[in-house]
Design a protein around this ligand. Structure first.
Ligand SMILES: Nc1ncnc2c1ncn2[C@@H]1O[C@H](COP(=O)(O)OP(=O)(O)OP(=O)(O)O)[C@@H](O)[C@H]1O
Ligand SMILES: [Mg+2]
Length: 289
């Protein structure tokens, strides 16, 4: 009797272990106890503190929080542009020490090279990230990505001759063109009108689907609807200084998601309410809270 119990226990343990190995998702980004402090004329300012975050391969994660809470700073540590004061970040199994072509970035301020045309801005990016391709292949990539963001007609303009939304679309085309394993998007659609924004959501998901949903995407947004439509989980940050992660809200809505339909899904409404509650303290001018 006792032998049989022991046997049952051990087979259950073995099954659990095998199952957990089989279902263990591959980790794409690991932010490990990261703190970032800046030297300022008024002393040391700690923007984010003790941040732990794991993003699995193929996940889409939205980062949300009030202005100045440290979203761009955290993105900077993943991209390699910001060095953590404590802790470390791993991306694609390597410690992040500097930016690299495995991580494509759309910066909040677009960061285009002002002396290069729209076309050239993307061309130099693909040339440096995808060195093995031929010039015909580079040209094809630049054209396809400029057409995707509807800027082919404007390819010879300089960034200074573009509107904010157009600059943002060039930055998106540039990040997509190098087809990185990890896409880091810092308010990528913030300057776009609602229609263009919707079209870009579809393009982003198309790119993700094309890549068998293996591309990892981390995106900063202020838009709750956008976060729920696109993300698998939404990371809500506390206000700074020394901002931490307040809560991670899972978005278990099945894909493909239809923008028109999901808003009626009770699960969507529940997530929307939760995020609103976490981000907004007062819901009307009479609220006493
Ligand atoms: N290089 C720097 N030197 C000093 N302080 C900085 C530096 N970069 C960021 N900070 C400060 O760190 C805090 C977080 O800034 P960050 O840009 O990460 O915020 P954010 O959440 O991206 O805000 P927003 O939504 O407005 O883009 C802010 O108080 C900012 O002033
Ligand atoms: Mg920012």
């Amino acid at each position: 009797m006792s032998t049989s119990t022991t046997f049952e226990e051990s087979t259950t343990e073995v099954t659990d272990r095998i199952l957990s190995q089989v279902t263990q998702p591959e980790i794409s980004i690991r932010v490990d106890n990261v703190t970032v402090s800046f030297k300022t004329p008024k002393g040391i300012y700690t923007a984010v503190k003790d941040i732990d975050l794991t993003v699995n391969k193929g996940e889409i994660v939205a980062l949300i929080g009030h202005s100045g809470c440290g979203k761009s700073t955290l993105m900077g540590t993943i991209s390699g542009m910001v060095k953590p004061s404590a802790g470390q970040v791993y991306a694609n199994d390597k410690k992040v020490e500097a930016p690299g072509p495995d991580r494509g970035i759309v910066f909040q301020n677009y960061s285009l090279l002002p002396w290069l045309t729209v076309y050239k801005n993307i061309e130099v990016a693909v040339q440096s990230a995808l060195k093995d391709l031929s010039s015909a292949e580079w040209n094809k990539l630049v054209e396809a990505n400029l057409r995707m963001v509807n800027l082919w007609e404007h390819k010879d303009k300089l960034p200074g001759q573009l509107s904010g939304g157009m600059k943002q679309r060039v930055a998106i085309a540039r990040a997509f063109a190098i087809n990185p394993k990890i896409l880091l998007l810092d308010e990528p659609f913030g300057a776009l009108d609602a229609l263009t924004k919707s079209a870009m959501h579809v393009e982003l998901l198309k790119l993700w689907n094309l890549d068998n949903r293996e591309k990892t995407i981390v995106m900063v947004t202020h838009d709750i609807e956008e976060a729920i439509f696109l993300a698998d989980k939404v990371v809500v940050m506390n206000n700074g200084p020394a901002a931490t992660i307040r809560e991670i809200v899972e978005v278990p809505l099945k894909r493909p998601r239809n923008k028109k339909d999901i808003v009626h899904d009770p699960k969507y409404m529940e997530i929307h309410d939760r995020l609103l509650g976490l981000l907004i303290d007062k819901f009307s001018i009479d609220d006493e809270r």
